[in-house]
Design a protein around this ligand. Structure first.
Ligand code: ZN
Length: 403
């Protein structure tokens, strides 16, 4: 069977997502005063505390639908909405996690639900009113939740469950130690902000990465999300222990976080995520790794090799093989024994006309070139109209605060 004008590529893996944050799009691009990651976070908390279970499922499904249309076949969902807004548990304690898993499976995506552990606002700072929805009181509650989630979804091979200590800001050292024997993938936000590094040094006398190493979490299971501000010695530690980094360049730019210093992190397995979903475009994420490096270093082809397709292969591998490794999936390559998760690219799309395909896909494409997405050997064909309508209804009544 031939498919003239089409290319088959491994499906992209979105290794870091907060699906409900898709609801923020277009609503937080204004500000009366100075706007930073921290003021953005206040607005994100407003949304997080206004969506009910139906709303969280609806907006999550919208994010997953957009991912599937953009060529993602799997998602690592860093899930931190656990309770009712006042902090009390749902009748089924895992209600919201089940809703998010269901949203991904309704669309047809594979999901690793990375169940977040969150205890406090920061060192010596109790959780705020807005954070009650995210928090547990003991680390055993987090591990129990993961056990229940795994049992509930054990019959669906497209669902796995991992652990996500939110950050060294939100999780105390004793909790990190309690997680050291965890059997699964472990993701955490690491060194996203200079303030986070400073607080960690004040509380623990070391960088966040060094702390994760000291408590026994920094090994092949571990993916550090962001690493926009790695500290001296962090990269060496990560290389030694075999841990990976997940960059989320379009979100990091949207939030004013900064750039991943990719030259500093050479030899560390990389993956990408769309995080806050300021945009959902795997091509934009992988391309940004190279373009930011060019901007910082003042030269072209920073991640390139002498092979004409070398740069493209390297960038696309970050979006596929790298993401699959971060989520513990046998995916990311078109080869025997791998999951049949792939995308069909329309080589006759105007933007690819006359081009060398792979470098053009990696450095110029957008989701419009994706004509089909397949997961587990099946085409993904969600009920687009119903998903969009439900999300629009859920977002219609959100109060975004004083303008
Ligand atoms: Zn995040």
């Amino acid at each position: 069977m031939t498919h003239p004008g089409k290319a088959l590529l491994p499906g992209f893996v979105n290794a870091h997502s907060h699906a409900f944050q898709r609801g923020l799009r277009g609503h937080v691009q204004w500000s009366k005063g100075e706007d930073t990651f921290w003021s953005w976070r206040d607005r994100m908390y407003r949304l997080a505390n206004q969506l009910d279970a139906d709303g969280i499922e609806a907006v999550s499904a919208l994010a997953f639908l957009e991912m599937a249309e953009a060529g993602f076949t799997s998602v690592g969902e860093f899930h931190y909405l656990h309770h009712l807004p006042e902090g009390t548990a749902y009748g089924d304690r895992e209600e919201l996690a089940h809703r998010v898993v269901r949203a991904a499976r309704r669309v047809g995506l594979r999901i690793n639900l990375l169940r977040v552990a969150y205890q406090r606002a920061g060192p010596d700072k109790d959780r705020t009113r807005e954070q009650r929805r995210f928090c547990d009181d003991r680390p055993e509650q987090v591990l129990d939740a993961i056990r229940r989630l795994r049992a509930a979804h054990q019959d669906d091979p497209a669902v796995s469950v991992g652990l996500a200590p939110h950050s060294v800001r939100a999780v105390p050292r004793a909790w990190l130690e309690a997680f050291s024997d965890f059997d699964g993938r472990i993701h955490a936000h690491v060194s996203e902000q200079p303030a986070e590094n400073d607080q960690c040094r004040a509380e623990h006398g070391m960088s966040p990465t060094a702390l994760f190493a000291e408590v026994g979490l920094l090994d092949e299971r571990f993916t550090a999300v962001h690493m926009t501000f790695p500290q001296s010695g962090d990269a060496e530690l990560m290389r030694e222990r075999g841990s990976g980094v997940c960059a989320c360049p379009t979100t990091e730019l949207d939030l004013g976080d900064g750039f991943l210093p990719i030259d500093h992190l050479a030899g560390i397995p990389l993956s990408i995520g769309t995080d806050s979903h300021a945009q959902i475009d795997p091509f934009a994420e992988v391309r940004a790794l190279e373009l930011h490096a060019r901007g910082l270093q003042g030269r072209r082809n920073v991640l390139s090799s002498e092979d004409p397709d070398g740069l493209a292969n390297r960038l696309l591998d970050v979006g596929t093989v790298g993401g699959a490794a971060a989520l513990g999936l046998d995916a990311g390559r078109m080869s025997v024994g791998q999951l049949a998760d792939f995308v069909i690219i329309d080589l006759e799309h105007t933007l690819l006309a006359g081009s060398r395909p792979l470098p053009a896909i990696a450095l110029a494409a957008h989701p419009g070139v994706v004509s089909e997405t397949w997961v587990g050997g099946q085409p993904v064909c969600p009920d687009r109209g119903a998903i969009v309508d439900a999300a629009v209804r859920a977002l219609a009544d959100v109060d975004w605060g004083p303008k």
